[in-house]
Design a protein around this ligand. Structure first.
Ligand code: SF4
Length: 313
């Protein structure tokens, strides 16, 4: 019996792995993609255009996340329609010939005479908690979404855009409104000019300066690009157990932030309640005083650790 169950498990999991593997492909960009233009490295854009097929393959975990996002997108449109907001022109494409940039929008929306470009993003719990305004999208990983929107606004001649964030774990939407930022968008057009000129001259743009962490996670690193790597006095730690813990830490990061947020909300709600029952939970609370022993030194040494993932999202 167990053998049969294992066999079924293996068959399904192998079929899933093959399905995800089949979705992995790399190819050269035919034009500069609006969705990728806000890259901190112009040289990387050059490689996507000239030898994109040589980029590192993305893993099946990441493909699974993209595929889930694609499946949720039509459901978001239906949900918005139920709420009385019809997304139009889904998949509308445009090319800015003079800069060789192309883009495909998720749709447009007209509300109270206002015209909006719409970009639908299904997001993790971490992103759901972190993104609450357009300012939260101008740094780090989400910056490329902001840049994508700015290019779309220019490409499609709109003044305003809406990010519709869909919480992956629940039927919930969060709306972030964005105005066309001319100087930001023009900066992206300038990047396109630099990359196009480099392609014409068959000479890649400069290496990304002083950012070995970014280079190490780049899909072209050590394939077609070998930038000078200055890690300074960085120590290389060969420790499998630590590596596994770091990977697991990354996986559960969003759960930790969700736990902390809910824990704080729950404890604030239960403050000053000595005894209660809620659904299946018994709750007790009591007042107390925390005494700290006298400290010999006023300045205590601290050690702050910053951990960044080198490969993957
Ligand atoms: S390895 Fe570094 S310099 Fe080279 S393309 Fe990638 S990010 Fe740019």
């Amino acid at each position: 019996m167990e053998t049969t169950l294992l066999s079924v498990k293996n068959q399904i999991e192998q079929a899933q792995d093959k399905w995800l593997q089949d979705k992995i492909f790399r190819s050269r960009w035919k034009s500069l993609r609006a969705s990728g233009l806000d890259d901190i490295c112009n040289r990387r854009l050059y490689y996507y255009m000239t030898c994109g097929e040589l980029a590192d393959e993305i893993g099946t975990d990441l493909v699974a996340i993209f595929e889930e996002g694609k499946e949720q997108e039509p459901a978001v449109r239906r949900y918005l329609s139920e709420l009385g907001f019809e997304i139009k022109k889904a998949g509308f494409t445009e090319t800015m010939g003079s800069h060789g940039i192309s883009g495909q929008v998720d749709g447009t929306l007209e509300v109270n005479g206002g015209r909006y470009i719409v970009e639908i993003k299904t997001v993790s719990e971490y992103a759901w908690d972190s993104i609450n305004s357009k300012e939260d999208m101008t740094e780090g990983y989400y910056r490329k979404w902001y840049g994508q929107m700015q290019v779309y606004l220019l490409l499609f001649n709109y003044e305003k855009g809406l990010f519709i964030l869909k919480r992956k774990q629940a039927k919930q939407l969060k709306i972030i409104e964005v105005d066309l930022d001319y100087s930001y968008a023009e900066g992206l057009l300038k990047k396109a000019e630099i990359v196009n000129a480099a392609i014409k001259a068959e000479q890649p743009p400069e290496f990304l300066a002083s950012n070995p962490v970014e280079c190490k996670r780049c899909p072209f690193f050590a394939k077609v690009c070998n930038p000078p790597m200055d890690f300074g006095t960085m120590q290389v730690i060969e420790d499998d157990s630590l590596a596994q813990k770091l990977a697991r830490r990354e996986e559960i990061k969003s759960l930790a932030s969700e736990y902390e947020k809910i824990d704080k909300e729950v404890k604030a709600r239960l403050k000053d309640i000595p005894a209660a029952i809620c659904a299946d939970f018994s709750i007790t609370g009591r007042a107390g005083v925390r005494k700290y022993p006298a400290r010999e030194a006023k300045e205590l040494p601290t050690w702050t650790v910053k951990i960044e993932r080198i490969k993957g999202e």
